[in-house]
Ligand binder design. Sequence first.
Ligand SMILES: Nc1ncnc2c1ncn2[C@@H]1O[C@H](COP(=O)(O)OP(=O)(O)OP(=O)(O)O)[C@@H](O)[C@H]1O
Ligand SMILES: [Mg+2]
Length: 445
Amino acid sequence: MTRAITLHDVSKSYTRGVRVVDRLSLDIAPGEFLVLLGPSGCGKSTVLRMIAGLEEITEGEVLLDGERANELQPSERDMAMVFQNFALYPSMTNRDNIGFPLRFETPGADPRPRVDATARMLGIEDLLDRFPSQLSGGERQRVAMGRAIARHPSAFLMDEPLSNLDAKFRNHLRAEIASLTRKLGVTTIYVTHDQAEAMSLGDRVAVLRGGVLQQLDTPRTVYGLPRNVFVAAFIGTPRINLLRGLVRAPIGGAMAISLGKQYLRLPEPLSLDHQLLRVQQGREVIVGLRSEAVRIAKPSAGRPGEVALTGLVGHVEFQGHEVLVHFNTGSRPAVVPDLEAPRPARRPPRRRRREGAVLARLRERAGALRAGPVVAPDNPPDEFAEPAPPEGRLPGDLVVRTTPDIELRHGMEVPLLVDLAHLFVFDQHGERICPAPARLPDLED
Ligand SMILES: Nc1ncnc2c1ncn2[C@@H]1O[C@H](COP(=O)(O)OP(=O)(O)OP(=O)(O)O)[C@@H](O)[C@H]1O
Ligand SMILES: [Mg+2]
């Protein structure tokens, strides 16, 4: 049996007034693979532990198959947890480690058939008679996984189960976890701070920041239609280019986004998306360009919807099959705080008491999505400042992917084309303006 897991406005406070998880609502379908993704300290493990019953829920409800489960003991929830620091009993063979929980579940029954079937599934039949100390890290993690699977739980809760392994093993086991949980059809909640892992595993990804849900969508949608600049910056490698822009929409004139020394002229007739920018006239916005939105090419090679920029070559990162070129275009990068760093949750604002209930609720809702400013202030304090480039090197504000065969020298002026179909624009609070909510770039047909 597999379970539907629902969180309804779930909050957790260790200290009064500070919510490390802030009114989180999730609806996880039976058999779904949901990934909880976010930077360190954003509350991922706390959420998982509340679902497992290992942590008390301060406010809100957890429902299992529609029934309130807040008061259920962990053992009554029929869930198996796999942790980052998996603990195997060193004095037991791997076979006994896997079979151990079965002794309690079905006392008297022979655990062998289940242990053997599980080991076959994980490809560890040959390791069963050894002890954990005689295994590699990856093998040990499989035994730990085996112990979770053998029980046939109704849900798996996995907290960064692969982060202790080296990159090669991690990729390998990641693929195995994906196919295994699909085969078993068991609801799985998987915690990670690694966006690539989240994207490759999840049916849906829930992005958390400071205990607040930012977006819950399929991997394709969180990448293609990030709800705000935090999600846009957290997801995708290389990281999306975020530039500060100013919208210029003179009456009767062509519309453009000024990027400091250069500007992106928006072609007429304006697309529906770009029309949304008209009301931003004179305002600062954040322009988001993923590396695939920009290519190295002369203006004469431009296709419809592409506009020209010029960049000075800064750092060139050779990656084998491709090269990442850091250009200087004379714009100011927008810096998003706490992409990696932990950040304490805010106290609820005092003034709420004096406001009307509706206004307070609206304010709360807006604040809930953002969990504080998404973009660093104009004169960012040192912690938000971009690290200075090494002496004699141009600061890069735009990273572009290209093939390794192009000869690029430091300081060289290079023509660039920006594909406006891949242009993201966010408002000053970091909320996405373009593309409009209903559209996913390049995915219409
Ligand atoms: N027992 C506790 N008492 C007080 N604060 C706690 C406790 N456990 C966690 N916290 C705080 O709650 C916040 C969320 O912690 P949590 O462990 O859920 O983060 P996380 O997203 O899992 O981070 P990581 O990726 O580093 O594992 C952090 O700020 C943490 O310091
Ligand atoms: Mg954690």
